[in-house]
Ligand binder design. Structure first.
Ligand code: PGA
Length: 261
């Protein structure tokens, strides 16, 4: 894992945007995996600015989102399709047919999850997968106890996740209890993973992800076996990492090497 420590949320978002924008420029047909939640909002703002101000072209790209609540349609303000449309897709030049968010209203969710996997395969896999991390260490909605070889599936949300996400709903009772999510294995197959974390609330989960044992009890720890995982975290989220000084030292060395080329 490459650990990049930034001073705050804004710098975390700048770094993530730098990586994603460079990848889109290098490969306009990029297949980008996307995440929802508060964490990637700054990244999406920067992608919109790069389109509006510098003409960054998204028209040949394809996107796949990690997850969606079961029971919420695209018009529901808390659906992840609605989030993606309003935070990113409506403001860039990508045709909606090229954007994929699991269908929370699918009549046969089990069959639909297989289809979602096939759609990812048909696009030749995901080049870069953007990820957040839950307080319980989840990746996508892969809650503690999910098999590390799971693929896209229908899952029940953990009580902590329902509580965390209730801030977006009028009350906790309105938070759906089920979701469709890409599995841990589906995520690990992305060619590059970019995990973002900000704030003290994520520090414990992040420690487990980076330094803890690889365990289904903290599904983000599976990223330790990914050959190209970049973790971009602010100081607060990084605050419990035991080897923090070492990661910073490596980061400095990388910057020096990059500077000499
Ligand atoms: P957040 O959610 O970005 O809103 O903190 C992250 C997650 O639950 O994966």
């Amino acid at each position: 894992m490459e650990i990049i420590v930034t001073k705050d949320y804004e710098e975390m978002s700048d770094k993530a945007a730098e990586i994603v924008i460079a990848a889109i420029k290098a490969s306009p047909e990029l297949v980008l995996g996307l995440a929802t939640g508060s964490t990637p909002e700054g990244l999406y703002e920067r992608l919109v600015t790069a389109h509006k101000e510098d003409g960054l072209d998204f028209s040949h790209m394809t996107t796949f989102n990690l997850d969606e609540y079961v029971g919420l349609g695209p018009d529901h303000e808390q659906s992840y399709r609605f989030f993606m449309d309003t935070h990113l897709f409506d403001h860039i030049n990508i045709s909606k047919e090229r954007t994929h968010v699991p269908d929370g209203l699918a009549a046969d969710p089990v069959q639909y999850c297989k289809l979602y996997e096939e759609m990812i395969q048909d696009a030749d896999g995901i080049d870069i997968q953007v990820l957040g991390i839950g307080r319980d260490g989840h990746l996508g909605f892969n809650e503690p106890g999910t098999s590390l070889s799971s693929r896209t599936q229908l899952v029940a949300l953990a009580p902590e996740t329902i509580e965390d996400n209730s801030r977006f709903f009028d009350s906790e009772d309105e938070v759906p209890h089920f979701a469709l999510t890409m599995g841990v294995q589906s995520i690990l197959e992305a060619r590059k993973c970019l995990l973002l974390a900000s704030g003290e609330g994520k520090a414990e989960a992040l420690k487990g992800c980076v330094e803890g044992p690889i365990t289904s009890m903290l599904t983000a720890s599976a990223l330790q076996v990914h050959p190209d995982a970049i973790v971009i975290v602010d100081e607060a989220a990084a605050s419990r990492l035991e080897r923090l000084d070492y990661y910073k030292w490596v980061q400095q060395a990388r910057e020096q090497i990059a500077g000499t080329h």
